[in-house]
Ligand binder design. Structure first.
Ligand SMILES: [Zn+2]
Length: 476
């Protein structure tokens, strides 16, 4: 087929079983599928192999059968330096930061160490099928530069930010407000849009506890000026919530602190969002602020369980994040499982609370207007909200399309679709069952049973990346 003018020529076909999300409950599936990748690294066409092989004859073919080809996974929240201190259990958020994380981040003052940890981080993420990530570095400008350099070398797609903290921080991590802003802006100028657009800058005030109102307010202005992203944490832990309440007594609630600073909006990703009042959910929806749901981290730090139903009923965009190192795994497959389990934990808890409340129903009924009162109490407790039980397919949607939307990249990545970047992961499915599985059943097995050894290759913009990049099978 002739290449239309202005479009790069197709240079390679990838043959395999295609699985791509189209909605939280829908999947597109081609059993003998094909991705036609062009010279610019985009997907030129998607379809069944016999058709595309006829349209694009005499091209090299990488035949991945019987493996499945999925869109690359998008980690919407993780901390590069914390990879070195992952999986240290036993503490809630605030003491865990003090004991393990701040000392680990302080080591990023050494640029060589920062580069070595960043290289290990990206190599491990790519080996697990992650092609894009939104990431925190540390307060160190040079260490952050090393993180960008490692991302550029690895060929991964990433938005990274220098952490900003100018109060309530250990002395070795506490910054001067002006210097924090200046260094962040300089990094943004250097890296936002670098590596052919694969790298972007994300302004990164750590969270309200460690940031002065001035720092947050000026950060919001800089992000707006440069069209950059913003990332921070919101309502992860009850002790954090209490501290924010004491520090910002005039704010109506935690989300209000960020709203006041101008930090909410469509280019902002808030991690966690576990303890929000209805007005805060409304505020996130009105400002089209995005959420990174980090289920395994929330279990690990005993933080709580995200209420996905609140976000879904308001149409808030939700993606998934590993939150390494509070998340004990860099695998988005593990994170998808955790999102499924978190919804079940929430479902079981709410059902138990509903049962307990129902035991009092007759006593409510004996009161004047008791039924109405009962209804109000149940609604206040959230027991009448539809609980969203997350299926593997829904988790896959959030880890791809949801995270892409959160980054404003929904037209670029997250699906196997003509015109998007050829960011994809090749997964060896578990051994076949006695009967043919439906696509949703196959996806369920991939989500729950994929470990890194089953990931045969990871591609970003049409190029193999990560430690297995040299392991592409020989061409026919
Ligand atoms: Zn985090």
């Amino acid at each position: 087929m002739a290449t239309p003018p202005g479009q790069a020529a197709v240079t390679r076909l990838h043959r395999g079983r295609l699985l791509s999300p189209t909605a939280p409950d829908r999947l597109s599936h081609v059993a003998d599928g094909c991705l036609a990748v062009d010279a610019s690294g985009r997907i030129a066409a998607v379809g069944d192999f016999p058709t595309l092989a006829g349209q694009f004859p005499d091209l090299p073919i990488t035949d991945w059968r019987p493996a499945a080809i999925l869109p690359g996974l998008i980690d919407l929240h993780a901390h590069i330096p914390q990879y070195a201190a992952m999986a240290l259990d036993g503490y809630d958020l605030l003491p865990w930061l003090q004991r393990f994380i701040y000392p680990t981040e302080a080591a990023f003052a050494d640029p060589d160490h920062a580069l070595a940890v960043s290289r290990r981080f990206f190599s491990a993420a790519l080996a697990r099928g992650t092609t894009t990530a939104l990431l925190y570095a540390t307060v160190h400008a040079e260490g952050t530069r090393m993180a960008f350099r490692a991302a550029e070398e690895a060929g991964v797609r990433a938005a990274i930010g220098k952490v900003m903290m100018d109060r309530n921080s250990p002395p070795e991590l506490c910054e001067d407000t002006r210097e924090s802003l200046r260094a962040s802006e300089a990094l943004c100028a250097q890296w936002h849009g670098a590596a052919e657009g694969r790298l972007r800058y994300a302004f990164t005030p750590r969270f309200a506890i460690t940031c002065s109102p001035e720092l947050m307010g000026e950060t919001a202005k800089l992000a707006e000026e440069h069209g950059a992203l913003i990332q921070t944490h919101l309502a992860e832990n009850p002790d954090e919530l209490a501290a924010v309440g004491r520090m910002f007594p005039s704010a109506p609630h935690y989300t209000g602190v960020y709203a006041e600073a101008g930090l909410l909006g469509p280019r902002t990703v808030m991690a966690h969002c576990l303890y929000l009042a209805p007005a805060e959910w409304d505020l996130l929806a009105e400002t089209t602020t995005r959420i990174a749901h980090c289920a395994s981290s929330n279990f690990f730090l005993r933080s709580g369980v995200f209420d996905l139903a609140q976000a879904r009923t308001r149409g808030i965009t939700v993606g998934l994040g590993t939150d390494v190192g509070a998340g004990p795994s860099l695998s988005m497959f593990d994170e998808m499982q955790s999102a499924c389990f978190a919804s079940r934990a929430r479902h079981a808890t709410e059902r138990a609370a509903g049962d307990r409340l129902a035991a009092f129903r007759s006593e409510f009924a004996a009161l004047p207007e008791g039924e109405a009162l009962f209804g109000r109490v149940a609604a206040r407790l959230g027991l009448q909200d539809a609980v969203t039980l997350v299926s593997p397919l829904h988790a896959f949607y959030m880890a791809t399309v949801g995270s892409a939307q959160a980054l404003g990249l929904e037209r670029e990545i997250g699906k196997l679709e003509a015109g998007t970047w050829a960011d994809f992961v090749v997964v060896q499915p578990p051994p076949p069952e006695a009967r043919e599985l439906t696509p949703a059943e196959l996806l369920s097995q991939i989500v729950y049973r994929t470990d890194p050894s089953a990931i045969l290759a990871t591609y970003v913009a049409g190029a193999p990346r990560g430690p297995r990049a040299g392991g592409v099978p020989p061409l026919p």
